[in-house]
Structures are given as C-alpha cells and as structure tokens.
Design a protein around this ligand. Structure first.
Ligand code: MRU
Length: 346
C-alpha cells in the first residue's frame, strides 16, 4: 500500500492531502468545518470521483459536529450543507451518492444523540472501506487485460490519490506491474490542471513503473506510430447506456483509439454508475474558472482580456468504449443490459 492517503480519518479528525501542492510538497490539511471541506473539494485539494465521495462522507461527520456546537436549526441546516457539498463538483456521481447515504442516517436519527455521530462515522468508514475493496477487485480484473511488454496510455490521475484506496485505471496498471508484467505508461499531461504530470507521474515515480509524460495532443500521433497498445482511463459518471463522463480530453482519446483500432478501457467502481440516467447528454458537466486555462503557475499566458471555455469533463459515447472494468468483472459490448444488471448487484 502507498505511504500517503488522499483522505485520512485519524482519532476522529479528517485530514486531506492537499493535491494542489503536489508534487513539490506533501501537506495534510486538518478539516474542521463545512466551509473547509467544501473549499477543499471545489479547489481540487482532494479530487478524483471516488476520493471526493469518501472525503464528503467524512465531511458530513464534521458538518454535523459543527452544527451541534452551534445549536442552530439542525434539520434545515444539514439539508443545506448536503446540497452545498453536492454542488461543489456536479459531474462525479460518487460525491452525491456518498452525501445521500449519510443523509439517510441523519434523517432517521435523533439529532442530539451521540449515537448519531457514531453511526455517521461508522458509515463514512464503510464507504472508505468499500472503495478500497472495489479498487482491489478492479485492479485484479483489469490487470488480466494487460500483457507484459505493453505500453498503456492513461489520462488524468486515477491512482490512490483519486480514490482514497488503490486506484482504478492506474490501479490496473499498478497491479499488472506487481504481477511482474513489464508495463510502460504514457502519462497525458492533462491540461489545464496537470493531474497527469503532477499526480500520476508522482505516483508512478514512487512505485517505480516506467513512464513518460506526453502533452495531451501527442496521443494521436503516438497511436499512429504504433507506440501505444492500450488506453485505460477512469470515470466520473457512467449512464445506463455506457456513455461516460471523465476528464476533458478523454473523448478525443477514445475517438483516436477507435480510429486506430486500439482497446479503450474505462475502469470504475459501481458507485460511479448513475442508474437514474439513460445517456451521457443528461450528465451535468462542470465548468471551471477561465483562469485555470489562461494562467499557469501564477503567470498569465494570454492577452489580458482573453476568455476561455473551461469544461472540466467531457462525455465519451459508449460506442467508443471497448470494455468497462468494474469490481464485478469486465463488461464488453453491448453494455446496456449488463449495466442495468449491475444495479441489482449493489
Ligand atoms: O477534476 P478531477 O481531477 O477530479 O478529475 C478526475 C478524473 O477525471 C478521473 O479520471 C476520475 O474522477 C476517476 S478517478 C478514479
């Protein structure tokens, strides 16, 4: 297991590894208020769909404690907190699912009881543990799809930093490496926030897996040159028909992989599937500040009045996806009925 934790709960306190400071500095932030957890999630101090779900679950424990101290109108306030937390990152469904799981307990329990806080802490730990267990199964199923000597291209960061566990797409690569397979990784830099070069490279460096960072726009040419064997990415939300929201740039990769007839795999736990939505068009796509595109490390890269359209995620149509790697196994097309069956597995 890794020597870091994206989300940590120690002696009743919530700690977040501040990913905005990586790879230069490893700093853990103690989170004591609702405002702090909302800020940590919206600023991507903690990020990655499963990790923000786990962080929000513990964040709800912190919020309930805070509200009990304030003696305000608890029921009304906690509903507002849940709403605000879910709104911090609208695309990843894991966040909403985790918050609603916590709210189900809050809605039926007596507010003033110590029992409520104990139950909430227990539920958040359960969400954490389930995340870890599903990661390990995804890694096992996915590693079987990789052969020694292959080069895998990945996008964004889907490792232990993104899941509070072992990782999804990066977990698959890590497991194949642990099984003794020789794997090389092309790491998409992942503009604009550089989750690939800052975070995925940091994780691969620690483990000792061979990798090279590439600019996002290099992927097509590398596929054309037959330097890529497979592509594996994670997901923020998957609809019933298999359409998949993930970090902006994923769609282009999938289309390129389809063109060059390369396997394009999506690794994700069941918590990332939205069984209430039929197709990708229904997924809300988070828009972020133009400054993330226009500025880099505090320096402005465009004319002063420049505008930027900064979509944090895109949708990859199911028809471009070769398989989903889940904790219940690998699903090959046609996806629709098999995804519907996954709902029954929860
Ligand atoms: O904006 P981010 O860094 O939270 O985006 C993360 C991704 O897009 C990941 O690919 C996805 O959440 C899966 S993480 C296992």
């Amino acid at each position: 297991m890794e020597d870091f934790k994206a989300v940590d709960w120690k002696e009743g306190k919530l700690y977040i590894l501040d990913q905005t400071l990586l790879p230069e500095r490893e700093v853990y932030l103690e989170i004591n208020t609702t405002a702090e957890i909302c800020e940590a999630i919206s600023s991507l101090r903690v990020r990655g769909a499963p990790a923000i779900g786990v962080a929000a679950a513990f964040g709800m424990v912190v919020a309930v404690r805070e509200l009990c101290r304030k003696k305000s109108n608890f029921r009304e306030s906690i509903e507002k907190v849940a709403e605000n937390l879910v709104a911090t990152r609208p695309t990843a469904i894991n966040l909403r699912k985790a918050v609603w799981r916590m709210m189900e307990i809050i809605r039926i329990k007596d507010v003033e009881s110590k029992e409520l806080l104990d139950e909430l802490e227990k539920e958040a730990r359960k969400i954490y543990q389930e995340n870890l267990e599903s990661d390990l199964k995804i890694a096992e199923y996915g590693a079987a799809l990789l052969e020694s000597g292959e080069t895998v291209l990945t996008h964004c960061n889907t490792g232990a930093l993104a899941t509070a566990g072992y990782g999804t797409a990066l977990g698959v690569i890590k497991k194949a490496f642990e099984q003794g397979k020789k794997i090389k990784v092309f790491v998409d830099e992942t503009r604009p926030l550089l989750q690939g070069s800052r975070l995925t490279a940091w994780e691969l460096e620690k483990i000792g897996i061979q990798y090279e960072i590439i600019v996002d726009s290099a992927a097509g040419f590398l596929m054309f040159q037959k330097e890529v064997d497979k592509i594996i990415v994670g997901a923020d939300r998957i609809t019933l028909n298999g359409d998949t929201a993930n970090k902006i740039g994923t769609h282009s990769l999938a289309v390129l992989a389809f063109h060059y007839r390369l396997p394009f795999y999506v690794a994700a736990p069941l918590t990332t599937f939205d069984f209430d939505l039929y197709q990708g068009e229904e997924i809300p796509i988070e828009k972020r500040q133009p400054s993330e595109v226009i500025e880099l490390a505090g320096r402005t890269l465009a004319p002063p009045a420049a505008r930027a359209y900064n979509l944090a995620f895109d949708i990859t149509p199911a028809s471009f996806i070769s398989a989903f790697i889940t904790e219940k196994g690998v699903i090959f097309p046609p996806f629709k009925d098999q995804i519907a069956c996954l709902k029954e597995e929860i």
